[in-house]
Design a protein around this ligand. Sequence first.
Ligand code: ATP
Length: 318
Amino acid sequence: MRNTPAPSAVSVAGLRRHYGATEALRGVTFDVDAGQIFGLLGPNGAGKTTALECILGLRQPDGGVIHIHGLDLRTHAAQAKLLTGAQLQGAALQDKITPRQALELFGAFYADPCPAGELLGQFDLEAKADLPFATLSGGQRQRLFLALALVNRPTLLVLDEPTAGLDPQARRTLRSMIRELQAEGRTVLLSTHDLEEAGQLCDQLAILDQGRIIATAPPAELIAGAQAPSRLTVRTAPPLARAVIEALPGVLATTHTGDTWTLDAQSPNRLLAELVQRAGEAGAELLAIELRRPSLEDVFLELTGRPWAGAAEPGDAS
Ligand code: ATP
């Protein structure tokens, strides 16, 4: 007997959806393997929320097919929903409800809910369990929404921009909680317009732009395929002479301002070693040196011809 491979956790094929004249999704296709953290990365307005809402059965697509663990949403939406937990953008609760009450209320909709106490512990909400929702910080609210998404013990979690608007510390906490959910064996499909988050958190990315998927691969693979060179910026005292810079191997382009040289190179290892040696020979002291490798920002620019317009959250160095 031949083994049939397990179906993808989520399979989306040819998904289309318009709002009036706006074509939000123009034939979107991707597959999320079970156990992955899969990121739908795109700038504002790319269609991420629309795609996730279709996958959650909250919006009716104009065309295309969605399967959740092999269940066709057109015919088995109710069963698919039992496998899925969701955290939506702009989620809200009544001001006076407490985290414990909210978890118990949501749990009452299911036959075998995860106990509120367990979720409060898992998401570090015990100290806030009996305080009104209105008194929770942004990070605590997001953790509560994540806990609510788990009330029905889903195997698949769909999270729409789970860390948007949070401060760097709260974002780090939430990301590590998402990693823990994966370690427990769950699949996570999330949307983000945060390039750093996409690169750090996701096993697989689909880049969505203007309603189309323009690339799908692990982040490292996308970056390895970028044409952009590495960029080395070096500041010395005294500044390095042009003759020294021109003698360096493998330099593709140079710019110079004050005591700082910026050098583009395809393979920076050898360049860096030579640079340090030549600076020593010239009696120049290294004041600052920085190497910038190609990034997802370069990948987006190369794929679309447009700079990344997704607004980065200010102050995040996580
Ligand atoms: P963001 O990161 O800003 O939330 P997104 O990638 O999630 O953006 P969507 O919210 O899916 O993108 O929007 C895709 C396109 O569809 C946008 O042009 C948006 O203005 C439009 N759109 C979304 N919802 C509606 C709606 N209810 N009515 C009309 N147009 C809509």
